[in-house]
Design a binder for this molecule. Sequence first.
Ligand SMILES: [Zn+2]
Length: 232
Amino acid sequence: MTTRFDQGPWAAAGVQTVQAGVHRVPLPLPNDGLHAVNVYLLEDLTEDGGIVMIDGGWAIPEARKALEEALSAIDRDLGDISHILVTHIHRDHYTQAVELRRLLGSRVYLGAGERPGLEMLDRLRSDEPASSLETLRRAGAGELADRIRAMDHGGFDPGMWEAPDRWLAAETLRFGDRELRVVPTPGHTKGHVVFLDEQRGLLFSGTTSCRTSHRPSASNCPSRVAGRSPTT
Ligand SMILES: [Zn+2]
């Protein structure tokens, strides 16, 4: 694949194999602020050969296409994705997970702390950042809040915001003799979680990355982070 984004090599389309059986795949986003979001494909966690995907990407055709091409590059396909573990509720991490579940029957997991946010979205039927706008107004930045409100937030599609199959607490997910620890890390969102693979020495950190948000996490700081006590 030759398509490249203009922000730097981390966002270049394709597959980066972090370790045997662990692949980082940057998926495109429809805006020009952040250029890509990383998802990870873990090939050898499940006993039946299903792929565990960490984070889903933004549900846009370009992201689906990039994912299909990445899977093809490692001789797999969409139908191999059995589980999608999502670090947080934001659109660029969650919505394609829901879409893939509809298409493939994959199981979607999300941190339990995201439940109130997801339920609020369902009540409001809007993905306008209402609480953030209110905070801006209280802080005297009403004009900025108005400008953000006037932006196109992509439209609310309830089909993108369906509940996960399972809400995650601080727990250990077991796949045969392999496991992933779920560590709640509230901050970027209330229910953000990270996934720690202690056997491999990898931390899948979503948007609590070692350097800059949405930059490679597992590939930036694998063994340094692995094994360290979680901070929350
Ligand atoms: Zn986010």
